[in-house]
Design a binder for this molecule. Structure first.
Ligand code: NAD
Length: 356
């Protein structure tokens, strides 16, 4: 098969981790007889430096014409003083909107070889952590109107949180369909005791649930959910929630599994084209030092093969190579354990490639 992949290396550790993921994709292409063609699509701080905007039209076009997009991470302190409309993260929001990627899926699964990195009590971790957060990605407060104005002699800032029924319904279907392939339980998270958007969210999710009688639906307030994720994560199978709550809860969910450097994510719209990235940011504190863990990005590439290219065996091969590398005691700094071998980003990529 021939596939074109738009590559957004981004900022900070982005170029290091994406280079390793591309190396793994090349090894898979060689093994299975595929051709992956990579097209660079500058985005983020590096694009602001080169083009004056975080997402140049040419990069957007490259992404829209590709079969899928692989992203490292964008942002960093160098661009923190940019006006909010021209920050690196705005490029990512614009890309998600233009690709109409309304659902973001992040698995929170603890690797058995990394259970020592789990920050939860051993008896809680022993019950297992294996759930998925489905986050609505192009609605809510991140996509509402933002304004800052002078009111009564002081600055007043406003961000609008808005949801339409169709925006809730389509992401709810994604969650229920995913639950049907898992343990058949959806927990919908909102703040329906306070927010109108949440009351609408709860009603629409409940309506969608009627189409999936084989899936159990529970509702939970977001403040309780933040607590339950660390108190007993084994109760969750599929979590579905709106954009802002999902942003925060999915970071919490990933942290309890060990390292933020291990977790991939996929963002999908209606078609098969998706945006695949690790869940972490550009980690400016370790950028350029060969210290970043590339596994989240490598597993994101595996998700791309599975969900966008229908290459399940190829994805399995990457995931097995990651498992074998961890079993062999090879570790980057963020997941280092006593008795293991510490390696850098490049060496971790090479170890995984050698097991493809
Ligand atoms: P971060 O995820 O970049 O880093 C948080 C901590 O985790 C740091 O100590 C970092 O060293 C560590 N870390 C992250 N990824 C790692 C990896 N692969 N291997 C080893 N350690 C890793 O979050 P932050 O510091 O809050 O944000 C830094 C920049 O990234 C900011 O500009 C932020 O806006 C941006 N950001 C971008 C995205 C994205 O591109 N999707 C997401 C989140 C944050």
């Amino acid at each position: 098969m021939e596939k074109t992949i738009a590559i957004i290396k981004g900022d900070g550790i982005g170029p290091e981790i994406v280079t390793e993921a591309m190396g793994v994709l090349d090894a898979v292409a060689a093994k299975f007889g595929h051709t992956f063609t990579y097209v660079d699509a500058p985005m983020g701080g590096c694009a602001i430096d080169a083009f004056g905007v975080p997402l140049p039209d040419s990069s957007l076009e490259t992404c829209l014409n590709a079969d899928s997009v692989l992203l490292g991470a964008v942002g960093g302190p160098k661009w923190d003083s940019q006006p909010s409309a021209n920050r690196p993260e705005r490029g990512l929001l614009k890309l998600r909107g233009a690709m109409k990627l309304y659902s973001n899926v992040r698995p929170a699964r603890m690797f058995s070889d990394l259970s020592a990195s789990c920050p939860l009590r051993a008896d809680i971790a022993a019950k297992g952590i294996d759930f998925v957060v489905v986050r609505e990605l192009i609605g809510g407060v991140y996509f509402g109107e933002h304004s800052t104005a002078e009111v009564d002699g002081e600055q007043k800032a406003t961000d609008i949180m808005a949801y339409a029924e169709h925006e809730i319904r389509r992401v709810a279907h994604v969650a229920f369909q995913m639950a049907q392939k898992r343990r058949r339980r959806v927990t919908s998270i909102d703040k329906a005791n306070v927010l109108d958007t949440s009351r609408l969210w709860r009603r629409v999710v409940s309506e969608v649930a009627e189409e999936y009688p084989d899936v159990e639906l529970l509702h939970m307030y977001v403040d309780n959910a933040a607590m339950q994720i660390v108190r007993d994560p084994s109760q969750f199978d599929v979590i579905v929630t709106e954009n802002l709550f999902g942003d925060i809860l999915s970071d919490e969910a990933s942290q309890i599994t060990g390292s933020i450097g291990m977790i991939p994510s996929s963002s999908m719209g209606e078609g098969t084209r998706g945006l695949y990235e690790p869940i972490h940011g550009s980690a400016p504190d370790i950028a350029g030092q060969n210290k970043a863990n590339p596994i989240g990005t490598i597993l994101a590439a595996a998700m791309m093969l599975r969900y966008s290219f229908d290459m399940a065996a190829e994805a399995d091969t990457i995931e097995a190579a990651v498992d074998q590398t961890l079993k062999a005691g090879i570790r980057c700094g963020d997941i280092m354990q006593a008795g293991c071998t510490l390696v850098g980003c490049r060496e971790m990529g090479a170890e995984i490639r050698s097991r493809i």
